[in-house]
Design a protein around this ligand. Structure first.
Ligand code: SAM
Ligand code: SF4
Length: 362
């Protein structure tokens, strides 16, 4: 029979679902009783984390990965328990929103167990996915406490979709979107990376697709992450302002003050509930309001998407297993490393950041 002592927490070994283990948790109170929060040296409060749960993916999108990727060996990847631990530590420091991403988060074995555990934390749980697993997982995700989904969709043409993702099947993703709409998430948002000569002629079709389903859509400018050779990023660059004027040719847009704790600027159309967002890392730098940090699947806490400043949380957790307070203090002190802003330059021949988006956690 299992018994627990004070200071021990029962954790499920989620990856195998095969046994239970006790992990001693040394939790201390802040001596002055005040809740610790994460504030960087520019006064920005961090209350949003993006956790990458895997670098692997069942697609190979041309702007995100190279065709032949080498993925990380298992021992370099955080276990599901470690990811849960990191999330708990952040929530104890006032983080109120957790986004799971990757790679494709829904292809990691045992991820549903992790999602159920994260759904119990006092934070909004959201997922960014390519949609391929949603036909079978949408209902379960909703039941596990996932409130909102971002689903990537760059094209509505089957041949083009397969070209842009190299291996993805459009029909599977569209079924996933339908299953998610039926499952009743609070909000669903599509994400489309717009590339000149690839899918910029589909902007209005994508807007209509979102309008027909009462869901939101954000258009993203491609970022120079990772060394890709498939296309020239400067040539394919399509600014948010260009995308916006394509849409305004049919639907006048009214800027809203709505915020979703993300970098999108939102607009509304007069005759629809769907919102249209623009994520513009090049043309409209959003660093001044940055409220987020990322944790890579290797446990690197990245303080900025466009810089390499990081802290190795895996090392801290593996050197001091169960020392929750040490993990919290590491997060607090890491805030001093958060840079003021990123600089992306499309004319630079080298990628500004060597890591691919799937390593970063998009
Ligand atoms: N696999 C999931 C997906 O595709 O939604 C989650 C991870 S993916 C890295 C997260 C988001 O990053 C996707 O919407 C994707 O389109 C976007 N993305 C990937 N590489 C990008 C790049 N170089 N520039 C801009 N967005 C990128
Ligand atoms: Fe996979 Fe998402 Fe990257 Fe596409 S954007 S390759 S779906 S991780």
């Amino acid at each position: 029979m299992l018994s627990m002592r004070r200071g021990e927490t029962l954790l499920t070994c989620m990856e195998t679902h095969s046994h239970y283990q006790f992990m001693p948790m040394i939790e201390t109170q802040n001596p002055d009783g005040a809740q610790d929060v994460l504030i960087d040296k520019f006064g920005r409060r961090v209350d949003y984390i993006r956790l990458s749960v895997t670098d692997r993916c069942d697609f190979r999108c041309v702007y995100c990965m190279s065709e032949n990727m080498t993925f990380l060996p298992r021992e370099r990847v955080l276990t599901l328990e470690e990811i849960h631990q990191v999330a708990r530590a952040f929530v104890s420091l006032g983080v109120s929103k957790i986004r799971l991403t990757g790679g494709e988060p829904l292809v990691r074995k045992g991820v549903m167990g992790l999602i159920r555990q994260l759904g119990q934390l006092d934070a909004e749980l959201v997922i960014t996915t390519n949609g391929s697993q949603l036909p079978k997982m949408a209902n379960e995700l909703r039941d596990a406490g996932v409130r909102r989904l971002n689903i990537s969709l760059d094209s509505l043409r089957a041949d083009r979709f397969t070209q842009m993702t190299r291996i993805g099947k459009l029909e599977q993703v569209l079924r996933g979107i339908d299953a998610s709409v039926a499952a009743g998430f609070d909000r669903i948002k599509l994400n489309a990376v717009v590339m000149k000569g690839r899918n910029d002629d589909e902007v209005l079709d994508l807007v209509d697709y979102a309008r027909d389903r009462g869901i939101d859509i954000s258009f993203i400018e491609e970022m120079p992450l990772g060394n890709i050779t498939e296309h020239d990023r400067a040539e394919a660059y399509c600014s948010s302002d260009e995308v916006r004027s394509l849409i305004e040719a049919r639907y006048p847009l009214v800027r809203t003050t709505e915020k979703t704790a993300g970098p999108s600027t939102y607009f509304r159309m007069s005759d629809s509930d769907s919102r249209i967002g623009f994520i513009s890392p090049h043309s409209h730098n959003f660093c001044g309001e940055c409220n987020r940090v990322r944790v890579t699947v290797e446990g690197r806490l990245l303080l900025c998407l466009g810089n390499e400043h990081s802290v190795d949380l895996k090392e801290v957790m593996r050197a001091h297993p169960g020392d929750f307070e040490r993990l919290r203090q590491t997060l607090i002190s890491s805030m001093d490393l958060k840079p003021e802003r990123h600089y992306f330059d499309l004319d630079d021949d080298e990628p500004q950041v060597i890591r691919f988006m799937n390593m970063t956690g998009g």
